[in-house]
Ligand binder design. Sequence first.
Ligand code: 8IG
Length: 282
Amino acid sequence: MTPAGPSHVDPTDHPFDAAAASAARLAELTGVDHHDVAVVLGSGWKPAADRMGEVVAEIPMTELGGFPEASVAGHGSTVRSIRSGDRNVLAFMGRVHLYEGHHPNVVAHGVRTAVRAGARVVVLTNAAGGLRPDMTVGQPVLISDHINLTGRTPLLGTNDDRLGPRFPDLTDAYSPRLRDLARTVEPTLAEAVYMGLLGPAYETPAEVRMVAALGGELVGMSTVLETIAAAHAGAEVLALSLVTNLAAGLGQEALDHEDVLAVAATSAERMGTLIADVVGKI
Ligand code: 8IG
Protein backbone atom coordinates (compact mmCIF):
# COMPACT_ATOMS: atom_id res chain seq x y z
CA MET A 1 0.00 0.00 0.00
CA THR A 2 3.01 2.29 -0.20
CA PRO A 3 2.22 5.09 -2.64
CA ALA A 4 4.77 5.08 -5.41
CA GLY A 5 5.90 7.77 -7.75
CA PRO A 6 8.75 9.93 -8.81
CA SER A 7 8.40 12.54 -6.07
CA HIS A 8 9.35 10.06 -3.33
CA VAL A 9 7.44 12.15 -0.82
CA ASP A 10 4.87 10.04 1.01
CA PRO A 11 1.57 11.83 1.68
CA THR A 12 0.96 9.57 4.67
CA ASP A 13 3.60 11.28 6.80
CA HIS A 14 4.18 14.50 4.84
CA PRO A 15 0.90 15.53 3.23
CA PHE A 16 1.91 19.14 2.57
CA ASP A 17 5.33 18.38 1.10
CA ALA A 18 3.89 15.53 -0.97
CA ALA A 19 1.18 17.82 -2.38
CA ALA A 20 3.73 20.56 -3.11
CA ALA A 21 6.00 18.06 -4.90
CA SER A 22 3.11 16.66 -6.94
CA ALA A 23 1.89 20.15 -7.86
CA ALA A 24 5.38 21.07 -9.07
CA ARG A 25 5.56 17.87 -11.09
CA LEU A 26 2.11 18.58 -12.52
CA ALA A 27 3.22 21.99 -13.78
CA GLU A 28 6.34 20.44 -15.27
CA LEU A 29 4.53 17.60 -17.06
CA THR A 30 1.53 19.59 -18.30
CA GLY A 31 3.31 22.86 -19.03
CA VAL A 32 0.42 24.55 -17.19
CA ASP A 33 1.74 26.60 -14.30
CA HIS A 34 -1.50 26.81 -12.35
CA HIS A 35 -4.98 25.29 -12.28
CA ASP A 36 -8.08 27.18 -11.16
CA VAL A 37 -10.62 24.40 -10.67
CA ALA A 38 -10.20 20.72 -9.78
CA VAL A 39 -12.77 18.11 -10.72
CA VAL A 40 -12.72 14.59 -9.32
CA LEU A 41 -14.67 12.27 -11.57
CA GLY A 42 -16.15 9.25 -9.81
CA SER A 43 -17.92 6.25 -11.33
CA GLY A 44 -20.07 7.31 -14.23
CA TRP A 45 -18.76 10.84 -14.47
CA LYS A 46 -15.65 10.30 -16.58
CA PRO A 47 -17.33 11.10 -19.92
CA ALA A 48 -17.98 14.53 -18.44
CA ALA A 49 -14.30 15.33 -18.88
CA ASP A 50 -14.71 15.23 -22.67
CA ARG A 51 -17.19 18.08 -22.52
CA MET A 52 -15.28 20.51 -20.36
CA GLY A 53 -13.00 21.95 -22.99
CA GLU A 54 -9.77 21.35 -24.83
CA VAL A 55 -7.48 18.68 -23.37
CA VAL A 56 -4.07 20.33 -22.99
CA ALA A 57 -2.35 17.33 -21.40
CA GLU A 58 -3.20 13.94 -19.93
CA ILE A 59 -0.82 12.06 -17.68
CA PRO A 60 -0.97 8.99 -15.44
CA MET A 61 -1.61 10.02 -11.83
CA THR A 62 1.28 7.84 -10.71
CA GLU A 63 3.64 10.18 -12.62
CA LEU A 64 2.82 12.91 -10.10
CA GLY A 65 4.03 10.93 -7.12
CA GLY A 66 2.05 10.12 -4.00
CA PHE A 67 -0.70 8.24 -5.82
CA PRO A 68 -0.88 4.46 -5.44
CA GLU A 69 -0.23 2.14 -8.35
CA ALA A 70 -3.47 0.96 -10.00
CA SER A 71 -5.05 -1.96 -8.18
CA VAL A 72 -6.30 -3.36 -11.51
CA ALA A 73 -3.59 -3.81 -14.16
CA GLY A 74 -3.95 -1.51 -17.14
CA HIS A 75 -6.57 0.61 -15.43
CA GLY A 76 -4.42 3.30 -13.96
CA SER A 77 -6.15 6.62 -13.55
CA THR A 78 -5.04 9.71 -15.40
CA VAL A 79 -5.27 13.38 -14.72
CA ARG A 80 -6.15 15.87 -17.43
CA SER A 81 -5.37 19.52 -17.77
CA ILE A 82 -8.27 21.09 -19.63
CA ARG A 83 -8.64 24.63 -20.94
CA SER A 84 -12.23 25.70 -20.29
CA GLY A 85 -12.91 29.29 -21.31
CA ASP A 86 -10.29 31.35 -19.54
CA ARG A 87 -9.73 28.76 -16.82
CA ASN A 88 -7.44 25.80 -16.35
CA VAL A 89 -9.33 22.78 -15.07
CA LEU A 90 -7.57 19.82 -13.50
CA ALA A 91 -9.69 16.70 -13.95
CA PHE A 92 -8.88 13.56 -11.99
CA MET A 93 -10.24 10.65 -14.02
CA GLY A 94 -10.77 8.48 -10.97
CA ARG A 95 -9.96 8.53 -7.27
CA VAL A 96 -8.43 6.60 -4.40
CA HIS A 97 -10.82 5.02 -1.89
CA LEU A 98 -10.31 4.18 1.76
CA TYR A 99 -11.65 0.66 1.19
CA GLU A 100 -8.67 -0.06 -1.07
CA GLY A 101 -6.64 0.10 2.11
CA HIS A 102 -5.11 3.53 1.70
CA HIS A 103 -4.30 6.05 4.40
CA PRO A 104 -6.66 9.06 4.56
CA ASN A 105 -3.80 11.31 3.47
CA VAL A 106 -3.40 9.23 0.30
CA VAL A 107 -7.15 9.55 -0.35
CA ALA A 108 -6.85 13.34 0.09
CA HIS A 109 -3.63 13.70 -1.91
CA GLY A 110 -5.31 14.64 -5.21
CA VAL A 111 -7.34 17.43 -3.64
CA ARG A 112 -4.31 18.74 -1.77
CA THR A 113 -2.22 18.62 -4.93
CA ALA A 114 -4.90 20.57 -6.81
CA VAL A 115 -5.02 23.22 -4.08
CA ARG A 116 -1.22 23.56 -4.19
CA ALA A 117 -1.55 23.91 -7.96
CA GLY A 118 -3.83 26.89 -7.38
CA ALA A 119 -7.36 25.45 -7.34
CA ARG A 120 -9.72 27.44 -5.13
CA VAL A 121 -12.73 25.36 -6.20
CA VAL A 122 -12.95 21.57 -5.97
CA VAL A 123 -15.78 19.74 -7.70
CA LEU A 124 -16.33 16.24 -6.35
CA THR A 125 -18.54 13.71 -8.12
CA ASN A 126 -19.59 10.22 -7.11
CA ALA A 127 -22.14 7.49 -7.59
CA ALA A 128 -24.28 6.84 -4.55
CA GLY A 129 -27.22 4.94 -3.15
CA GLY A 130 -30.38 6.96 -2.57
CA LEU A 131 -32.53 6.69 0.54
CA ARG A 132 -35.24 9.31 0.06
CA PRO A 133 -38.54 8.14 -1.47
CA ASP A 134 -38.46 10.93 -4.07
CA MET A 135 -35.09 9.80 -5.43
CA THR A 136 -34.89 7.92 -8.70
CA VAL A 137 -32.08 5.98 -10.31
CA GLY A 138 -30.17 8.15 -12.78
CA GLN A 139 -30.85 11.38 -10.89
CA PRO A 140 -28.05 13.84 -10.08
CA VAL A 141 -28.22 15.29 -6.55
CA LEU A 142 -26.26 18.14 -4.98
CA ILE A 143 -24.63 17.25 -1.67
CA SER A 144 -25.62 19.87 0.91
CA ASP A 145 -23.80 18.33 3.87
CA HIS A 146 -22.23 15.08 4.98
CA ILE A 147 -21.96 12.67 7.87
CA ASN A 148 -18.54 11.09 8.02
CA LEU A 149 -19.04 7.55 9.34
CA THR A 150 -15.78 6.23 7.93
CA GLY A 151 -14.11 6.72 11.29
CA ARG A 152 -11.19 8.34 9.43
CA THR A 153 -10.06 11.83 8.60
CA PRO A 154 -7.22 13.31 6.56
CA LEU A 155 -6.58 15.65 9.50
CA LEU A 156 -5.32 12.85 11.73
CA GLY A 157 -1.99 13.44 13.43
CA THR A 158 0.00 16.58 14.05
CA ASN A 159 -1.57 19.43 12.12
CA ASP A 160 0.62 21.03 9.47
CA ASP A 161 -0.42 24.70 9.59
CA ARG A 162 0.70 25.08 5.97
CA LEU A 163 -2.26 22.87 5.01
CA GLY A 164 -4.85 24.58 7.18
CA PRO A 165 -6.02 25.07 10.77
CA ARG A 166 -6.09 22.37 13.46
CA PHE A 167 -9.86 22.67 13.93
CA PRO A 168 -11.45 23.70 10.63
CA ASP A 169 -15.08 24.83 10.49
CA LEU A 170 -17.16 22.64 8.14
CA THR A 171 -20.42 24.62 8.41
CA ASP A 172 -20.33 25.70 4.77
CA ALA A 173 -18.02 22.97 3.50
CA TYR A 174 -20.47 22.35 0.64
CA SER A 175 -20.44 25.90 -0.64
CA PRO A 176 -23.92 27.50 -0.68
CA ARG A 177 -22.63 29.84 -3.41
CA LEU A 178 -21.66 26.97 -5.68
CA ARG A 179 -24.90 25.09 -5.00
CA ASP A 180 -26.84 28.19 -6.04
CA LEU A 181 -24.67 28.45 -9.13
CA ALA A 182 -25.34 24.79 -10.02
CA ARG A 183 -29.07 25.46 -9.76
CA THR A 184 -28.79 28.30 -12.26
CA VAL A 185 -27.64 25.60 -14.72
CA GLU A 186 -30.16 22.95 -13.61
CA PRO A 187 -32.97 24.44 -11.50
CA THR A 188 -34.46 21.03 -10.70
CA LEU A 189 -31.36 19.78 -8.87
CA ALA A 190 -32.29 18.28 -5.50
CA GLU A 191 -30.03 18.48 -2.45
CA ALA A 192 -29.29 15.79 0.09
CA VAL A 193 -27.09 14.81 3.02
CA TYR A 194 -24.43 12.29 2.01
CA MET A 195 -23.30 9.68 4.47
CA GLY A 196 -19.78 8.45 3.86
CA LEU A 197 -19.09 4.85 4.87
CA LEU A 198 -15.98 2.73 4.59
CA GLY A 199 -17.43 0.00 2.34
CA PRO A 200 -16.67 -1.91 0.19
CA ALA A 201 -19.71 -4.02 1.01
CA TYR A 202 -22.97 -2.20 0.47
CA GLU A 203 -24.99 -1.70 3.63
CA THR A 204 -27.23 -4.28 5.20
CA PRO A 205 -30.90 -3.29 5.27
CA ALA A 206 -30.54 -2.68 9.02
CA GLU A 207 -27.64 -0.33 8.35
CA VAL A 208 -29.69 1.51 5.75
CA ARG A 209 -32.40 2.05 8.40
CA MET A 210 -29.67 3.34 10.71
CA VAL A 211 -28.41 5.74 8.03
CA ALA A 212 -31.94 7.07 7.53
CA ALA A 213 -32.49 7.43 11.29
CA LEU A 214 -29.26 9.44 11.52
CA GLY A 215 -30.25 11.81 8.75
CA GLY A 216 -28.40 10.33 5.80
CA GLU A 217 -30.15 10.65 2.43
CA LEU A 218 -27.40 9.33 0.17
CA VAL A 219 -24.86 6.61 0.96
CA GLY A 220 -21.45 6.21 -0.58
CA MET A 221 -17.84 5.24 -0.05
CA SER A 222 -15.99 8.38 -1.12
CA THR A 223 -16.06 12.18 -1.08
CA VAL A 224 -16.19 12.98 2.65
CA LEU A 225 -12.43 12.86 3.22
CA GLU A 226 -11.78 14.88 0.08
CA THR A 227 -14.28 17.50 1.23
CA ILE A 228 -12.64 17.72 4.65
CA ALA A 229 -9.20 18.15 3.04
CA ALA A 230 -10.49 20.81 0.63
CA ALA A 231 -12.31 22.75 3.35
CA HIS A 232 -9.24 22.50 5.60
CA ALA A 233 -7.22 24.04 2.78
CA GLY A 234 -9.75 26.84 2.33
CA ALA A 235 -11.09 25.66 -1.04
CA GLU A 236 -14.77 25.81 -1.97
CA VAL A 237 -16.42 22.45 -2.63
CA LEU A 238 -19.23 21.55 -5.00
CA ALA A 239 -20.25 17.90 -4.75
CA LEU A 240 -22.62 15.97 -6.99
CA SER A 241 -23.91 12.45 -6.55
CA LEU A 242 -25.41 10.37 -9.30
CA VAL A 243 -28.02 8.10 -7.72
CA THR A 244 -27.23 4.76 -9.33
CA ASN A 245 -29.23 2.57 -6.98
CA LEU A 246 -31.68 2.76 -4.14
CA ALA A 247 -29.99 1.80 -0.87
CA ALA A 248 -30.14 -1.87 0.10
CA GLY A 249 -33.61 -3.11 1.02
CA LEU A 250 -35.34 -0.08 -0.50
CA GLY A 251 -35.36 -1.22 -4.13
CA GLN A 252 -36.66 -4.36 -5.78
CA GLU A 253 -33.34 -5.84 -6.76
CA ALA A 254 -30.07 -6.96 -5.21
CA LEU A 255 -27.24 -4.45 -5.50
CA ASP A 256 -24.83 -5.14 -8.31
CA HIS A 257 -21.88 -3.00 -9.36
CA GLU A 258 -22.61 -3.83 -13.03
CA ASP A 259 -26.04 -2.20 -12.68
CA VAL A 260 -24.37 0.83 -11.11
CA LEU A 261 -22.06 1.15 -14.10
CA ALA A 262 -24.94 0.65 -16.53
CA VAL A 263 -26.94 3.47 -14.93
CA ALA A 264 -23.87 5.65 -14.99
CA ALA A 265 -23.31 4.93 -18.70
CA THR A 266 -26.92 5.84 -19.50
CA SER A 267 -26.63 9.11 -17.59
CA ALA A 268 -23.15 10.01 -18.80
CA GLU A 269 -24.20 12.46 -21.48
CA ARG A 270 -26.54 14.40 -19.22
CA MET A 271 -24.04 14.43 -16.36
CA GLY A 272 -21.30 15.54 -18.72
CA THR A 273 -23.29 18.51 -19.92
CA LEU A 274 -24.31 19.41 -16.38
CA ILE A 275 -20.81 19.40 -14.98
CA ALA A 276 -19.29 21.12 -17.98
CA ASP A 277 -21.88 23.90 -17.78
CA VAL A 278 -21.35 24.33 -14.05
CA VAL A 279 -17.57 24.41 -14.41
CA GLY A 280 -17.98 26.95 -17.20
CA LYS A 281 -19.75 29.29 -14.77
CA ILE A 282 -17.45 28.92 -11.78
I1 8IG B 1 -22.90 3.48 -6.64
O1 8IG B 1 -25.85 1.83 -1.91
C1 8IG B 1 -23.10 3.20 -4.73
N1 8IG B 1 -22.13 3.41 -3.86
N2 8IG B 1 -22.23 2.73 0.73
N3 8IG B 1 -24.07 2.27 -0.60
C2 8IG B 1 -22.78 2.71 -0.47
N4 8IG B 1 -22.06 3.10 -1.49
C3 8IG B 1 -22.63 3.08 -2.69
C4 8IG B 1 -23.94 2.64 -2.89
C5 8IG B 1 -24.69 2.22 -1.80
N5 8IG B 1 -24.21 2.73 -4.19
